[in-house]
Design a protein around this ligand. Structure first.
Ligand code: ZN
Length: 115
């Protein structure tokens, strides 16, 4: 269950947290950020320092469901067990052991078993 978020308050709090460290506090805003949600809207004039900090924060964000990319199909939907929802390939140590075993079995059957 997601906790309720107030995006306007979150942006305001971010600006308050970062703005005191702006090396040019009186400079003209470099960007205007508008946030409109069901509960209201706000426009934030952001200094170069703050917008750069916000961009770095956004770049650093990783979705909690991001468990990497499937080595088999390139899919991005790996479940909690690192199993690809798109092709079924298992990842992680267990997945690698199973994949190696499957390759060995495939090679053995391709070469034919000695009679
Ligand atoms: Zn896959």
């Amino acid at each position: 269950m997601n906790q309720p978020l107030d995006p306007i308050a979150v942006v305001a709090e971010f600006v308050e947290r970062v703005a005191p460290y702006d090396p040019e506090p009186g400079a003209v805003p470099a960007a205007l950020l508008g946030v409109r949600v069901a509960g209201g809207e706000a426009v934030f004039p952001l200094s170069d320092h703050v917008i750069r900090a916000m961009c770095r924060a956004l770049e650093a964000y990783r979705d909690p469901s991001d468990r990497g990319t499937c080595a088999e199909c390139g899919g991005r939907r790996l479940d909690d067990n690192l199993r690809c929802n798109d092709c079924g390939r298992l990842h992680g140590i267990l997945g690698e052991v199973i994949a190696q075993h499957a390759r060995r079995v495939a090679e053995e059957s391709a070469h034919g078993s000695p009679a």
